[in-house]
Each structure stands twice: as structure tokens, then as C-alpha cells.
Design a protein around this ligand. Structure first.
Ligand code: FAD
Length: 396
């Protein structure tokens, strides 16, 4: 049986960072993954260009039952540290929007960089290795990891197996099962950063807009709002504003969508009535919304496309109210199949925010998405993987 100082399960973003950093500190590390390739999510992220961090990382961009938990790791390994590493490797990158940093060329560069960090430091990466069982012997403080190739032993076991999103990329509930096996609380999980599905009547009404996007402000019932694009799809709504909003939405809740986010709809309509009263409301709305969006929205709201001068001020106010706060009740989300992240997971109260070690299970650590820390869209989730992986490595 081979003995390691540390075994890390999951060669994704967090596991790769942790393995490289621990090995740099002289720890004898084995990084295991059941996939045949390391960092599969990194490879497909950001449309193949990996949005690897964000200039504006701050704790308020993370959802967690304990909003303070992420502060320590994020402040000890920051976006600037990761940008420094990317720069050391000569990887060209650019800011796309809202501080989001993407590779100019390919996400493969990020995976190669992390693999090369592992190799240089002496961490061993072993792929195609499914873990069948983990046991702990308290007397010798030893973990035994059973794989089809035999038993492996270590004193420190790091779970970096991620969340449930995108099962076709190898996502499993393994991390939650290990947490529960060792008596740690796991908070209910749900899909985050995920498109909404619409009720059947809304879905069929707006289906012709599939592929059209408009700038909008989405506000969820808790008052959180995001002003970015929304995209009509053949199942419902997607686009950055919707994905962001989905993380703050619970089934059964309404979502308010301001489809004229940069102006007061009533001021716009009253001005248009004064200046172009003979024009139909559809023509006027088509100057600020895509024509087809204006058309289908008016039809959906059962607003007759008649000249503006035929609407009373009260009627225009009611229409304006709906333009600035179009309320829909999603039927659900597309679920883990297309979600970028998993909300919930290992309760952070069970872990040290400095080392990521389980408070009641010595030598057992959780890093990355498996725990109840979920970032916004835009590089925040990878930064959490880098920061939590780095913080853990300092303690191994
Ligand atoms: P993962 O990267 O998911 O790694 C977990 C690893 O564990 C995987 O390699 C998996 O094979 C392995 N594993 C799972 N179960 C087992 C098991 N039982 N035995 C052995 N190995 C196991 N975030 C951003 O910040 N920017 C983006 O641009 C971005 N784009 C995304 C695009 C998509 C399509 C998706 C799905 C996610 C995206 N994310 C993005 C989110 C980001 O990918 C994750 O938050 C991040 O990868 C989490 O890192 P992790 O190491 O915790 O988990």
C-alpha cells in the first residue's frame, strides 16, 4: 500500500491549485480524478477561453449561509496573485466586461499552466481513478482510499470534487457523501447560474424570440438585482442577467424584469405621446426595444397597438409600470444539466475559514465548489477555487 502525506480527490480548479501549492511546500501529494482529463470544466469555461478571475473580486459577490467565511481565503490569495501567475506563464488575457478576465487564446493554457505547476513542484496527478471508499483510522490518524487499483493511505485528505452541475462532465455528489460519512452537515443543494424555464403559455408566446437578447434589469424577490443582457431561448430565458438572478431565486417566486432599465418608461411614453402622438405604441417601443420584442411583449400584455394619443395618462402609467417591472414566474430552471454552479453544499460552519479543515474531523479538508460558497457569474467561482485551494495548501 502506498502512503502519501496528502491525497486530493478531484483534479479540477481547486484540486490542481491545492496540489501544486502543497507540493511546493514539500508535501508529498497525490491528486486523483476519475476523469480521463484534468480540469474539464476549466477547458469548456468561458466559451473555451476561461473567465479565470475578475478585477472586482469581493466577498459580497459570494452566496453562502455564512457570508463571512470566504473573506479570509479571498484576501490571502487574491485575483492579483492569480493574474500574476497567468502573467508569469506569458498567457495573454483581456477584460471582456465588468472586470471579467478571459484568455485571449484558449482555456487549455490555464490547465497546462496548473499541470505544469504540479509537475514542477512534484505533485503526482493520477487520472481515470474512481474512489470507491474512504475510511479513517483514528488511532494512526490515517485515511485509506480504496480505488480499483488498490488501497492508498494518507494523513491529510482533501475533497475537491466540486458540485453537481454538469453531470456529463463528471460531476458527482461524492464530496457531500464523504462529508456526511464523517458527520458533517451538508446544506441542501440547488442549481445556480442556470437558465429559467417559462410556464407553457409564456414559453410558446416568446419562443419566436429565441436567440434575441435585450439589456434588462432582473430583480429577485429578495431585492437583489442585476443589469445585464437577457436572452430569449426556446425553453425560456437565459443570458447573464438571468443566470445571475437564478442564484437568488427559489421555486415558486416571481422575478421582475425591467426591459427599459436605463430610462423611466413613463417619462419616455409621455414624451413620445407629446411629440409623436400619431405613432403607434408598437412603433415607438421599437425605437428602444428590438421590434419583435416590442411586438410580442405588447401582444402578451394584451396592449392594443394603437396610436399613443389614444392612451390616457393612467393607461400609459400602467404600461410603463409593466415595462419597468415585467413580472414573470419561472416554471423552474434547466437544472444541473446546464447550471454553471451548485448552490449549498458542505456547511461552512463545519470548516475552518483559514485552512478549510473540518473542525470535527482532523485531516479532512474541503475546497472549491463542494462547500457552501458560490460566486457570481464572471470569474468569481474560479477565484474561489484558487483561493480556497491555496489557503488549504498552506495548512497541509
Ligand atoms: P471542479 O472544477 O468541478 O472539479 C471537480 C473535479 O472532481 C472534476 O475534475 C471531477 O472529475 C472530479 N470528481 C468528481 N467526483 C469525483 C469522484 N467521485 N472521484 C474522483 N474525482 C471526482 N467559473 C468561473 O469562474 N468562470 C467561468 O468562466 C466559468 N465557466 C463555467 C462554464 C461551465 C459550462 C460550467 C459548468 C462552470 C463554469 N464555471 C465558471 C464554474 C467553475 O467551473 C466551477 O465553479 C469550478 O470549476 C469549481 O472548481 P472545483 O475544483 O471545486 O470543481
Amino acid at each position: 500500500m502506498t502512503h502519501w502525506d496528502c491525497i486530493i480527490i478531484g483534479a479540477g480548479a481547486a484540486g490542481l491549485m491545492c496540489a501544486a501549492e502543497a507540493a511546493k511546500r514539500g508535501v508529498n501529494v497525490l491528486l486523483l480524478d476519475h476523469a480521463k482529463q484534468a480540469g474539464k470544466k476549466i477547458l469548456i469555461s468561458g466559451g473555451g477561453r476561461c473567465n479565470f478571475t475578475n478585477y472586482n473580486i469581493e466577498p459580497s459577490a459570494y452566496l453562502s449561509q455564512n457570508p463571512h467565511f470566504c473573506k479570509s481565503a479571498l484576501s490571502r490569495y487574491t485575483q492579483w496573485d492569480f493574474i500574476g501567475l497567468v502573467s508569469d506563464y506569458g498567457i495573454a488575457y483581456h477584460e471582456k466586461t465588468l472586470g471579467q478576465l478571459f484568455c485571449d487564446d484558449s482555456a487549455k493554457e490555464i490547465v497546462s499552466m496548473l499541470m505544469s505547476e504540479c509537475t514542477k513542484a512534484g505533485a503526482k496527478v493520477q487520472l481515470r481513478t474512481a474512489v470507491q471508499e474512504v475510511t479513517y483510522d483514528a488511532e494512526s490518524s490515517t485515511y485509506t482510499v480504496l480505488t480499483p487499483n488498490g488501497k492508498l493511505e494518507c494523513n491529510k485528505l482533501v475533497i475537491a470534487s466540486g458540485g453537481l452541475s454538469m453531470p456529463k462532465l463528471g460531476a458527482t455528489g461524492f464530496g457531500y457523501e464523504i462529508a456526511q460519512q464523517f458527520g458533517l452537515d451538508v446544506l441542501p443543494t440547488r442549481a445556480g447560474l442556470v437558465p429559467f424555464t417559462l410556464q407553457p403559455d409564456e414559453k410558446s408566446h416568446f419562443e419566436p424570440l429565441s436567440g434575441v437578447s435585450v439589456n434588462a434589469r432582473i430583480t429577485t424577490q429578495d431585492g437583489t438585482s442585476f443589469n445585464e443582457n437577457i436572452l430569449f431561448t426556446h425553453r425560456g430565458l437565459s443570458g447573464p442577467a438571468v443566470l445571475q438572478g437564478s442564484s437568488y431565486w427559489a421555486p415558486g417566486e416571481d422575478v421582475s424584469i425591467d426591459i427599459l432599465p436605463n430610462e423611466s418608461a413613463i417619462d419616455f411614453l409621455l414624451k413620445a405621446k407629446t411629440e409623436q402622438g400619431d405613432k403607434s405604441i408598437k412603433t415607438v417601443l421599437a425605437t428602444v426595444l428590438a421590434k419583435r420584442v416590442a411586438e410580442l411583449w405588447l401582444e402578451y400584455e394584451k396592449i392594443e397597438a394603437k396610436p399613443l394619443k389614444q392612451f390616457s395618462e393612467n393607461q400609459l402609467e400602467a404600461i410603463a409600470q409593466r415595462l419597468n417591472a415585467w413580472t414573470i414566474k419561472p416554471s423552474g430552471t434547466e437544472g444541473y444539466r446546464t447550471a454553471e454552479v451548485t448552490l449549498g453544499g458542505v456547511n461552512t460552519n463545519e470548516l475552518s475559514s483559514k485552512t478549510m479543515e473540518a473542525k470535527k474531523q482532523p485531516g479532512l479538508y474541503f475546497i472549491g465548489e463542494v462547500m457552501d460558497v458560490t460566486g457570481w457569474l464572471g470569474g468569481y467561482n474560479f477565484q474561489w477555487a484558487w483561493s480556497s485551494g491555496w489557503a488549504c495548501a498552506q495548512a497541509l
